[in-house]
Design a protein around this ligand. Structure first.
Ligand SMILES: [Fe+2]
Length: 491
């Protein structure tokens, strides 16, 4: 069946959606359909209606909530920030992880740095879709490098450390080690950050005479990695040592999978921390990033939500770093607290990936859910989509709302645009890191040269979906709890 629609004007990318073969039909099961997910909770510094206790804010730091938050952009970055560059996962077997993500997200493996390229320190594989780069890294045996002269120099990620990587994997399971952002000057960004309180993790290193890379502490065992190019024109050549990092080589076609589900870039990366205030203060202080949004319990509309959130943004609002903290005293344990326990501390909770055609992305991803891809959180009930018509019927056609329902896509709006979003289940063994797929509609702006682009964060982060989404996570956690209860008691 070909779906044709007349509306959906605010965004160019979805024009291809206007004539999509309706190849996949996702049907919510009754058990799933009653619940959906969420991410943001009660106001910091005071108890919610439910009596929830919240953390003590740092001096000068207090959440005001979504409705009282006045969005301004003071253009306060301490150094030039361009965009998310790549996300690095640390694991104990990069080959299998890269292939699973490549298959599940439609991101071909495009570059490698491993024994075959002369790297005796770590195996790293890069998957790519548009400007979305995921790097998967695992250690080789230290004994391999032990007898070789200058073995450390063969590493393409200069900060890589065997024991730190092993300890990371043992403590966290699957997780994100580095959020890498492209900056104007990775050396200057490092020194400026450290001068403003950042904990140094890896001093600037110039690689191949063309790329500078440095790292500072982000939260938990995650680092914020700065990457800059001496001659920025990263896509001018097919050689990954030029457009990505020196030391990487293109993979031969046989070991890649030429697919594209429509994913284009990282939209935001979310961290879970025990206390929001010190981390927000720390990050704001050394980056200069401004507060882009806040969410509190009153915003979420459920006394069981169990979290507070702040979104930090760079000047161009292309780098968005939301942070969550748990709230205690609610009937059910905060999902953030669950994360912190299973992850053994703070870390990256989810990666929001922007698609230029979310319907295509979801059809392709759902086809692979049961065969090596990623599973999705339960879809909301049909009543949710009747309300979508009321909330976003001016932006989405009936056919598009129907397609959202078939694929389990959530819809929200803010004062500027519309957000389509959906969440996977946790990616690995533990109920920790997951992925959000989004498409933002509207907020197109033209610069002085007439170039049209979309404002960062257009359509928000799904505040209107929070209560529905949270119920879904709760439902999922209940299934984990139920399993635990039927476990045989020790005798
Ligand atoms: Fe998100």
């Amino acid at each position: 069946m070909i779906t044709r629609v007349q509306k959906f004007l605010p965004f160019a990318g979805l024009t291809s959606v206007l004539k999509i073969s309706n190849l996949f039909h996702h049907t919510s099961t009754p058990a799933f359909a009653q619940r959906a997910t969420a991410f943001y909770g009660t106001e910091m510094g005071k108890a919610s209606d439910s009596g929830a206790q919240v953390s003590n804010p740092a001096p000068g730091f207090k959440l005001v909530g979504f409705s009282n938050f006045l969005r301004t952009n003071p253009m306060s970055d301490r150094f030039g920030v361009k965009r998310f560059h790549h996300i690095e996962f640390w694991s104990t077997d990069a080959t299998n992880l890269a292939r699973r993500f490549s298959w599940g997200l439609g991101m071909p493996i495009v570059a490698k740095s491993d024994l075959s390229t002369g790297n005796v320190i770590h195996a790293s594989y890069l998957t790519r879709s548009g400007d979305l780069n995921f790097l998967f890294t695992a250690p080789y045996s230290p004994s391999i490098a032990g007898d070789l002269e200058n073995a450390a120099a063969t590493a393409s990620i200069p900060s890589f450390d065997h024991s730190a990587c092993h300890a990371f994997a043992a403590s966290h399971g699957l997780g994100v080690r580095a959020i890498a952002i492209e900056v104007d000057d990775a050396e200057g960004a490092f020194h400026t950050s450290v001068a403003h309180g950042a904990r140094p993790m890896s001093p600037p290193v110039t690689m191949g005479g063309s790329v500078v890379i440095s790292e500072v502490h982000l939260y938990g065992d995650a680092v914020l990695r700065y990457v800059s190019y001496k001659n920025p024109n990263p896509n001018a050549t097919s050689d990954p040592s030029s457009w990505f990092l020196p030391g990487f080589e293109a993979v031969d076609e046989g070991s890649s999978f030429p697919v594209d589900f429509g994913l284009r870039r990282v939209d935001h990366t979310v961290g879970n921390v025990p206390k929001l205030a010190p981390v927000v203060t720390y990050l704001k202080q050394f980056t200069g990033f401004h507060e882009f949004a806040e969410f509190t319990a009153e915003d979420v509309g459920t006394s069981e939500s169990g979290l507070n959130s702040v979104v930090l943004a760079s000047n161009n609002e292309m780098v968005l770093l939301p942070l969550n903290e748990p709230v205690f005293g609610t009937k059910r344990k905060s999902q953030i607290q669950t994360y912190l326990e299973h992850n053994e501390g703070p870390g990256v909770q989810h990666l929001a990936l922007m698609s230029d055609d979310i319907f295509r992305t979801l059809r392709e991803m759902r086809r692979r859910s049961g065969v090596g891809g990623f599973d999705f959180m339960p879809s909301p009930p049909p009543t949710y989509y009747r309300n979508v018509k009321k909330r976003a019927g001016d932006v989405l056609t009936d056919d598009q709302i129907k397609e959202c329902e078939e694929l389990g896509i959530l819809v929200d709006k803010d004062d500027q645009g519309t957000l389509l979003q959906i969440f996977t289940k946790p990616l690995g063994d533990r109920p920790t890191i997951f992925i959000e797929i989004i498409q933002r509609l509207g907020c197109m702006v033209k610069d002085d040269e007439g170039k049209v682009s979309q404002k960062g964060g257009c359509g928000g982060f799904g505040k209107g979906n929070f209560s529905e989404l949270f119920k879904s996570i709760e439902e999922y956690e209940k299934t984990l709890g139920a399993k635990r209860i039927v476990d045989p008691a020790p005798v």
